[in-house]
Design a protein around this ligand. Structure first.
Ligand SMILES: [Zn+2]
Length: 178
């Protein structure tokens, strides 16, 4: 596992990469991440009793799953929306097993755009995330760099100390690697 692997519009996820995927939380056996990332997420959630208020919405995706999400979004929302919020199949960070979408618990959680506000428990999570190796991957104002719209709910495991360095310097993964 390379925690700094860059997957975006220009960089596809290398096919055939070996993965060690585990469930992020016992009640969600289908939501998987790379073992190291899942463990870091568990520790962070334990510290803030986060799973009581926050649900995991989407973790690892196969290329086939990304394709079906893309197709469905295209049918439901059209091309413009889909390009902004759904990565092209082969180019989704979710295929790495290092990304997780999180949503504030509610009766209905939007699968593509879950609610993860900048206050309360979600903000507490966000502020502690870098110490556990996670960054908010698609911040506001960096759309031109990441190629993805602002996504407050999408977190990416990059490991320690990279997450703290990136957050402190206000750098996206693209900028940090450059
Ligand atoms: Zn995501």
């Amino acid at each position: 596992m390379n925690a700094l692997v860059l997957v975006n519009l220009q960089n596809a996820y290398p096919a055939g990469t070996e993965q060690d995927l585990v469930a992020v939380q016992g009640s969600y056996p289908d939501i998987l991440m790379e073992r190291e990332a899942a463990l870091a997420l568990s520790r962070l959630m334990a510290q803030i009793d986060g799973w009581r208020f926050i649900a995991p919405v989407s973790g690892w995706r196969s290329q086939a799953e990304q394709q079906s999400i893309w197709d469905q979004s295209l049918r439901d929302h059209g091309l413009e929306f889909t390009r902004q919020f759904v990565a092209l199949p082969g180019h989704s960070e979710h295929q790495t097993g290092l990304a997780i979408d999180l949503g504030l618990r509610a009766k209905e959680i939007d699968f593509i755009r879950p609610n993860f506000p900048y206050d309360g428990i979600c903000q507490t999570f966000r502020e502690l995330a870098p110490a556990y190796g996670f960054i908010e991957r698609y911040p506001k104002g960096k759309e031109a760099v990441t190629g993805i719209a602002h996504e407050p709910w999408h977190f990416r495991y990059v490991g320690i100390p990279h997450a703290e360095k990136m957050t402190r310097r206000g750098l996206t993964l693209e900028e940090y690697l450059a």
